[in-house]
Design a protein around this ligand. Structure first.
Ligand SMILES: [Zn+2]
Length: 193
């Protein structure tokens, strides 16, 4: 992970689309923007196998618009609500706009090859396509919302039992565990827990 002083670090997940929506966290609390500058979007894309040459402010806006559209559509899908039409349009526009090819490496892994100019739009099309595959229910897993009231991030639950509660065990899960621990201590100061 690339750490730049003064910028919040990235949360890495296994699902590209929800890792991307996770670049804005605590949407219902003190929101943390993890891609506050074009350079940070370049960094995030590089970490996620989508290296681009450059990024303008307008392209960062495009990325954030896609991010919030994926968040809105994934949230609706998790709640089994109708998908918001405006979000669907943005996801489809971004999916159609970029050029990227899936490449099979000699090691049997998939890698994304962007167009020769490696544009942000190419990278966004890969993210949009990833979002489409999970929202359309094509992948093994289930969209769910984080149980943390200040987070409510949509995440893709691939656990066997499909009972995962937190978008991220290291952040939301841990915080909730600690909160519960302190609440219990307050209730029962003599428990010695
Ligand atoms: Zn969460």
């Amino acid at each position: 992970m690339r750490v730049r002083p003064g910028f919040p670090d990235f949360r890495l997940g296994n699902v590209l689309a929800t890792s991307f929506t996770g670049t804005l966290s605590e949407r219902h609390g003190n929101a943390v923007e993890r891609i506050p500058t074009p350079q940070r979007l370049i960094d995030w894309l590089a970490v996620n196998g989508l290296a681009v040459d450059s990024c303008t402010t307008a392209q960062l806006d495009l990325a954030r618009e896609l991010r919030e559209s994926i968040h809105a559509a994934a949230t609706a899908a998790a709640l089994q609500d109708a998908l918001p039409a405006s979000a669907v349009k943005v996801i489809n526009d971004r999916s159609a706009q970029g050029r990227a090819s899936a490449i099979l490496t000699p090691e049997g892994k998939r890698r994304w090859q962007l167009s020769s100019s490696s544009l942000v739009e190419d990278a966004l099309s890969v993210i949009a396509a990833d979002a489409i595959s999970i929202i359309a229910g094509e992948r093994d897993g289930k969209l769910a919302l984080c149980a943390s009231p200040t987070c409510r991030a949509a995440f893709f639950d691939t656990s066997q039992s499909r009972t995962r509660k937190w978008c991220d065990m290291n952040t939301c899960g841990n915080r909730q565990k600690k909160a519960r621990f302190h609440a219990n201590q307050r209730k029962d100061p003599g428990s010695g827990e």
